[in-house]
Design a protein around this ligand. Structure first.
Ligand code: F6R
Length: 382
């Protein structure tokens, strides 16, 4: 049910703190003996957290042997995959390719038996993702599913995997599934990094401690719903939007743009902020709002200079910033603040205002948010 919300999409956006707690439950534990695969360190850091994923425990051998990970997905799940690549490359020092399943299945892609193929899917029924997985299975790669819908086709053909456990997603625009996927990818990168010995105990502890605080921080972002609604009303007549971010926030820019296209029918493009100079800057004028992901992380100052370039061309800026950022606030038209966190978890907070923005723009335009035109919840035909 929609509870007291006007739409499933809004309910699912507001569900995020709770469902992410569900996603972590039983996987992140606080127990001194729980640190996997490093028996020599047993008993140390007694009050530290551990992440245990049975898929990683059971397939430890194949995962440690993997020379490469290939992530296959579509749409929003593909955006989560781009974040997964950064996480796994950082924590596991393992090369990761991310492909659209639809392209991968018809390409001459090389799959080796020591590749691990990860399929990310909310519905678990996406035809292209399923077909690409079948291909990987034929070539004897371990097929690892990151799925929401329990018992779905993709979950059944996976050799192993991790459910995101965020509950049914009814709104056509994916919201809580995205943050659930990113949460699982963080846990997976940490669990695998620990098994491989490629993450330091200190960083592992820091990330886990920050991760368990994310649901409360999302709650704080949600408290700005009314403010975001007011901002959204100013943009309903815009015909185009640009979304820019870097590093872990680059896929968030893509996701923010996709959300706006899907339910508000406003053309939007996401780019890595530095790519602006290589073309999109030609589009900037007073009619072209630019959404910047400008939290205090990687390359913040460079993002600030990108903003200056937009301002000098009369572009309107809406910036997602870290709480207390006075520098950007003084420069731009609108800011939405998110609580501080570490770079690799930034997407879990910075995507929230973008989900709400697209929702409120669509509602203000009188559009059918839960069932946007031409879209289906699961794409079971190619
Ligand atoms: C975006 C959206 C789609 C899906 C895509 C993949 O809001 O809903 O882009 O993300 O169709 O679907 P799943 O994750 O079910 O494989």
């Amino acid at each position: 049910s929609k509870d007291n919300f006007d739409h499933f999409m809004l309910k699912e956006i507001f569900d995020q703190p709770n469902v992410l707690r569900d996603c972590m439950r039983g996987r992140i534990i606080n127990a001194p003996y729980s640190r996997p695969w490093s028996p020599q360190q047993k008993g140390k850091n007694t009050d530290s957290l551990s992440v245990i994923l049975s898929a990683v425990t059971l397939h430890r051998r194949e995962l440690l042997r993997a020379r490469r990970i290939i992530i296959l997905s579509c749409g929003t799940s593909w955006h989560a995959g781009l974040i997964g690549k950064q996480l796994i490359e950082h924590f596991c020092k393992l090369p990761v390719e991310v492909a659209y399943a639809s392209e991968f299945r018809y390409s001459d892609s090389v799959i080796e038996p020591d590749d691990v193929v990860m399929a990310i899917s909310q519905s678990g029924e996406t035809a292209d993702t399923m077909a690409a997985m079948e291909m990987a299975k034929k070539r004897n790669a371990l097929v690892f599913g990151i799925v929401n819908a329990v018992g779905s086709g993709i979950s059944r053909i996976s050799d192993t995997g991790v459910y995101i456990h965020v509950g049914p997603e009814i709104g056509v625009a994916s919201t809580k599934a995205f943050t659930g996927q990113v949460t699982v990818l963080v846990m997976l990168a940490l669990a695998l990094g620990m098994a491989k010995g490629t993450v330091s105990q200190e960083e592992y502890n820091t990330v886990l401690h920050e991760l368990v605080m994310i649901p409360d921080k999302i709650q704080k972002v949600l408290e700005q719903n009314d403010k975001i609604k007011d901002i959204a009303k100013k943009y309903i007549h815009s015909k185009n939007f640009l979304y820019l971010g870097r590093g872990y926030n680059y896929p968030v820019a893509l996701e923010g743009a996709l959300k706006l296209k899907e339910i508000s029918y406003i053309h939007a493009e996401g780019y890595p902020a530095a790519e602006m100079k290589h073309g999109p800057i030609a589009l900037i004028d007073s009619e072209m709002p630019v959404v910047f992901l400008a939290t205090h992380h990687q390359l913040y100052q460079k993002i600030v200079s990108n903003m200056q370039e937009v301002i000098s061309r009369n572009g309107k800026i809406l910036a997602i910033v870290t709480e207390g950022d006075e520098q950007v606030k003084a420069m731009v038209d609108e800011t939405i603040e998110v609580p501080p966190t570490i770079a690799c978890l930034a997407p879990l907070l910075s995507v929230i205002p973008l989900q709400l923005l697209s929702y409120h723009v669509a509602v203000a335009k009188g559009l059918n948010v839960d069932q946007p035109r031409n879209l289906a919840k699961s794409v079971t035909v190619e």
